[in-house]
Write a protein that binds this ligand. Structure first.
Ligand code: ADP
Ligand code: MG
Length: 454
């Protein structure tokens, strides 16, 4: 039996792949799973606004993400964290129950992959990396605050998660808090509106390390109460020698809408910039990302990927995943031929207009293990009818032929049969992400003009 925590952490890693990182950091850093069965899962959220938001936006996604561990998709119930009750003044005769012992940083939600051992160090990020290690060594003392800045996708979030992971392991007694800037702002605004400011302050200020990601976002609220709140949070933590780590997309001086007093504080500790990685570092990252998926890519493929993806490491990683994923789905070697085929915006060997229904029938038939003749025959058994509908759908999508013409190519069927196939497959694609990617793959195969045996 998996623990609830293990189930949640595996669901979170799926969710992280499905939403944008900013969304993930904003919404999922303060959410936890309290119980989960195949019928019902209870997800704990910080306040009722989260509740409403999650019901509308994330219920389906969470259900799907839990399905993998639970074997079925449970109904999701969102529950708001209960406020702590104050001990009643009249009951002084009874000692309040001792709080249950718990690790200092429960609720710290981190990406499992963002650890130091998976971070490639090169000239572009050496300083930031060394500073991050120093913070782990002596939090609050070496570099406080640590201010990391870099363009998008260059490893800020990875590095600060790595600090939190390492600190948690080395000093489990420390209270570490990681918040996206948006979470900080949302929670503050909510606390002001609904009461609960004290609790909010306790959660941000009574910690040994506070990490706020994407702090530049706070700059949009020039001279606001949120900036003011952050200023006081900063001071309190700083004065009590607690560690502050901030990430930003620009250097302190370049965030003009911050108040001067905040900008100067950002520079009290260490400001470290991460530059775009050089070619060698990019190659090392490509190798590392492949290795983490149990694959070794040939040198020419590594060079090719490093060359065509000049800066953003997230894109570099995407190119590696695409190469590996495609090779495994298509049962091909991840060689330079395959990499250049799928990673370059390539000229389709088949333009629309040249693709025939016969070609589509061959590719789709091969995929599902049926012959073109069966696709054209009258039989309605599901194992043939379904591939036939897929082939009709793709014929409509990838050729200029009318419904009537397509019907004729599939054994003289009526145009309404083709229209029905198209609607049905459209629905399936919307409902089932996996099926959607199968169809994408078939489209690729058909357009690339592969022979069905490739
Ligand atoms: P940022 O927060 O700066 O936008 P992220 O930390 O989210 O960037 O990094 C984007 C992706 O690139 C992540 O998947 C991360 O693991 C990867 N990445 C960034 N820098 C490195 C590195 N030096 N080594 C390995 N992976 C990296
Ligand atoms: Mg980031």
């Amino acid at each position: 039996m998996q623990t609830t925590e293990a189930i949640w952490s595996s669901a979170l890693s799926d969710i992280a792949k499905a939403v944008r990182p900013e969304q993930f950091n904003t919404w999922f850093s303060d959410v936890s799973l309290t119980s989960a069965t195949r019928d019902e899962a209870v997800v704990r959220v910080p306040n009722s606004f989260y509740c409403k938001w999650f019901e509308v936006h994330y219920e389906g996604l969470i259900g799907e993400a839990l399905r993998a561990s639970l074997g079925a998709r449970p109904a999701i119930r969102f529950e708001v964290v209960q406020r702590e009750l104050r001990p009643s003044a009249a009951r002084t005769d009874i000692a309040p129950p001792a709080p249950p012992p718990r690790p200092a940083s429960t609720g710290l939600k981190l990406n499992h992959d963002y650890v130091f051992s998976k971070f490639v160090v090169g000239p572009s990020n050496q300083l930031a990396h060394a500073a991050a290690l120093a913070v782990v060594e002596s939090p609050g003392l070496s570099y406080n605050p640590l201010f990391l800045h870099a363009g998008v996708g260059l490893g800020k979030t990875h590095l600060v998660h790595a600090v939190a992971h390492a600190l948690r392991k080395k000093r489990p007694e420390l209270r570490i808090r990681y918040l996206s800037c948006e979470s900080f702002m949302n929670q503050f605004v909510y606390a002001v509106q609904k009461g609960g400011l004290e609790q909010f302050r306790r959660r941000c200020r009574q910690v040994d390390a506070l990490i706020i990601d994407d702090i530049h976002i706070l700059a949009r609220r020039s001279r606001s109460r949120t900036q003011e709140e952050f200023f006081h949070t900063f001071n309190e933590l700083y004065n009590s020698h607690n560690q502050i780590i901030l990430c930003s997309d620009s250097a302190p001086d370049d965030i003009r809408t911050f108040e001067e007093r905040l900008i100067s504080r950002f520079k009290w500790g260490l400001v470290a910039q991460i530059d775009p990685p050089c070619f060698e570092t990019r190659m090392a990252i490509v190798r590392k990302k492949a290795e983490l998926r149990g694959k070794i890519l040939p040198d020419d493929v590594v060079e090719f990927i490093a060359e065509i993806t000049p800066t953003n490491i997230r894109e570099l990683e995407g190119a590696v995943l695409k190469t590996i994923g495609y090779a495994s789905l298509m049962n091909r070697r991840a060689d330079i031929g395959l990499a250049s085929e799928i990673l370059r915006p390539r000229r389709a060997r088949h333009a629309i207009g040249q693709i025939t229904c016969g070609h589509i029938q061959e590719i789709v038939g091969k995929w599902f293990g049926v012959t073109p003749a069966e696709l054209q025959a009258k039989t309605r058994v599901r194992s043939i009818a379904f591939p036939r509908q897929v082939a009709m759908y793709l014929s409509r999508k990838l050729t200029n032929k009318s419904l009537e013409e397509i019907g004729r190519a599939f054994g003289g069927r009526d145009h309404s049969t083709v229209a029905h196939a198209r609607e049905r497959i459209d629905r399936e694609i919307t409902a089932d992400a996996e099926f959607n990617s199968t169809v994408d793959l078939l489209v690729e195969k058909i357009k690339s003009g592969d022979s069905p045996n490739d």
